[in-house]
Design a protein around this ligand. Structure first.
Ligand SMILES: *[C@@H]1O[C@H](CO)[C@@H](O)[C@H](O)[C@H]1NC(C)=O
Ligand SMILES: *[C@@H]1O[C@H](CO)[C@@H](O)[C@H](O)[C@H]1NC(C)=O
Ligand SMILES: *[C@@H]1O[C@H](CO)[C@@H](O)[C@H](O)[C@H]1NC(C)=O
Ligand SMILES: *[C@@H]1O[C@H](CO)[C@@H](O)[C@H](O)[C@H]1NC(C)=O
Ligand SMILES: *[C@@H]1O[C@H](CO)[C@@H](O)[C@H](O)[C@H]1NC(C)=O
Ligand SMILES: *[C@@H]1O[C@H](CO)[C@@H](O)[C@H](O)[C@H]1NC(C)=O
Ligand SMILES: *[C@@H]1O[C@H](CO)[C@@H](O)[C@H](O)[C@H]1NC(C)=O
Ligand SMILES: *[C@@H]1O[C@H](CO)[C@@H](O)[C@H](O)[C@H]1NC(C)=O
Ligand SMILES: *[C@@H]1O[C@H](CO)[C@@H](O)[C@H](O)[C@H]1NC(C)=O
Ligand SMILES: *[C@@H]1O[C@H](CO)[C@@H](O)[C@H](O)[C@H]1NC(C)=O
Length: 362
């Protein structure tokens, strides 16, 4: 009996036994008689998600170019970065041109406009601050896409976006290396919702072309960790990796300041912050620690008007010793309830968020 895997070979040789290679049942879009892929948005959800992605690509392009132009070779050298490293950052800027082109093509497929580049403001003064900001910005750029990728209506568009976000993931890791950090301290990269990503991104945009696509995802009030650890304090310079003392530990008291909703923000101050749609209190009750595959809640102590504290939790992903949930550059929110969510339905906590920000756990 002939092995089925030989059939295509025989088909070529004999020209008679023509048959496509067998495909296990199931799967979508993998057969020649399936509808050919169309790389278009298929819903408002797609258009708004990919337009948000495009806003993110545009700021990365600006940021990487700006850093390369602003700092001298001597300033880069003082951070442990040589000419080859600077060329790598320049290459990353070029990658962003490609990503912005790709996303512009997808969102504009039905004659709808693609957002153009905006103007931005940054608050770093040194090369170390710059690369540290880059590792934070690319963290939410990467996680912001993972959160919506499997929810897109257009699977062909998801394929293309996947192939750009894997490049962005490499950028994020390299910027951690440039910051003197351990490159990848987690087992799993988390996904966050569009609102979470837009809340982190929009505050760095000063102004956009007047008719630019309006991003419809709500922006949460800003949450700042007032005693946030920094990767830059211990004197570790750029390297492939460093074994370094953890920046934070379970049991640490973490203090917050959070804004009230209704503040104008974002490009041209043309957006307002708002809390989740189901929030039923003006005072948050929990901190939500979002990292790896997990959302972990800790009770909040209100310490003043717009200030609070909590205790950093422990916990592992799979009951091990170095897959601690709280690690790396991660996300933190304040909520009114400890809603149970898992990676695929994480966006359901949007409705319960009162403030949102980043946490540099390690
Ligand atoms: C805004 O207007 C400019 C100039 O007319 C046009 O090139 C661009 O595509 C428009 N962008 C959006 C997002 O509407
Ligand atoms: C990286 O750090 C190690 C020590 O951990 C050091 O020996 C090495 O020179 C460093 N590499 C660079 C490129 O600085
Ligand atoms: C680095 O840390 C690992 C554990 O995370 C340890 O096994 C290893 O010995 C450390 N290396 C050095 C050079 O201290
Ligand atoms: C923001 O809120 C202010 C006051 O509550 C309101 O006047 C303004 O129209 C809002 N702007 C947007 C863009 O929603
Ligand atoms: C607010 O909603 C949460 C669940 O979403 C519930 O546990 C809590 O009791 C509610 N609080 C009030 C004051 O209604
Ligand atoms: C709380 O602080 C905000 C400004 O951040 C202020 O507008 C408000 O009046 C304060 N509320 C109280 C009760 O002090
Ligand atoms: C973290 O998520 C994983 C995967 O869902 C789960 O097995 C684990 O129990 C969670 N850990 C904690 C501490 O909740
Ligand atoms: C999980 O933890 C329990 C108790 O803490 C321990 O008995 C068990 O061996 C651990 N399992 C693994 C796979 O680490
Ligand atoms: C956090 O990541 C570091 C690597 O930077 C690792 O050595 C450490 O064990 C991790 N912490 C936990 C609690 O898993
Ligand atoms: C999220 O999904 C999990 C199953 O993975 C489910 O147990 C949980 O109830 C869901 N959360 C909400 C808020 O629906």
């Amino acid at each position: 009996m002939l092995s089925t895997s030989l059939l295509p070979v025989l088909a070529l040789i004999g020209g008679v036994l023509a048959a496509p290679a067998p495909i296990p049942s199931g799967g979508v879009g993998v057969r020649s008689n399936d509808t050919p892929p169309v790389y278009h948005t298929m819903s408002e959800f797609d258009y708004q998600s990919l337009s948000l992605g495009l806003y993110q690509e545009w700021i990365e392009l600006d940021l990487f170019n700006y850093g390369v132009e602003r700092f001298s070779a001597e300033e880069f050298a003082a951070a442990g970065l040589g000419a080859d490293d600077v060329s790598l950052i320049q290459f990353m800027a070029n990658q962003e041109v490609g990503h912005a082109t790709l996303l512009s093509n997808i969102v504009s497929a039905y004659g709808r406009p693609a957002a153009l580049q905006c103007k931005y403001h940054y608050d770093f003064e040194t090369v170390r601050d710059f690369v540290n900001f880059c590792q934070r910005l690319t963290r939410w750029g990467e996680s912001g896409v993972y959160g919506f990728l499997p929810h897109l209506d257009s699977r062909p568009s998801a394929q293309l976006l996947l192939q750009s976000i894997t490049t962005e993931a490499r950028q994020q890791m390299i910027f951690r290396q440039f910051s003197g950090a351990f490159p990848m301290p987690v087992y799993f990269e988390t996904g966050i919702s569009q609102s979470m990503g837009w809340s982190l991104l929009s505050r760095y945009i000063s102004s956009c072309p007047a008719n630019n696509t309006r991003i419809e995802w709500p922006i949460f009030p800003w949450l700042s960790v007032t005693n946030e650890p920094s990767l830059l304090v211990d004197g570790y310079l750029a390297n492939i990796t460093h074994n370094r003392t953890s920046l934070s530990e379970p049991g640490r008291t973490v203090t917050f300041a959070y804004d009230a909703p209704g503040k104008s923000t974002g490009p041209d101050n043309s957006y307002n912050t708002s809390v989740g749609g189901l929030v039923n209190s003006t005072v948050p009750k929990f901190a939500a620690w979002i990292s790896q595959l997990n959302v972990t809640y800790t009770p909040l102590t209100i310490t003043g008007n717009g200030t609070a504290s909590t205790i950093q939790p422990g916990g592992y992903v799979f009951n091990n010793t170095n897959d601690g949930i709280v690690n790396g550059t991660m996300f933190i929110g304040l909520t009114d309830t400890d809603l149970y969510v898992t990676p695929y339905n994480l966006s359901l906590i949007n409705d319960h968020i009162l403030a949102f920000g980043l946490y540099q756990a390690d």
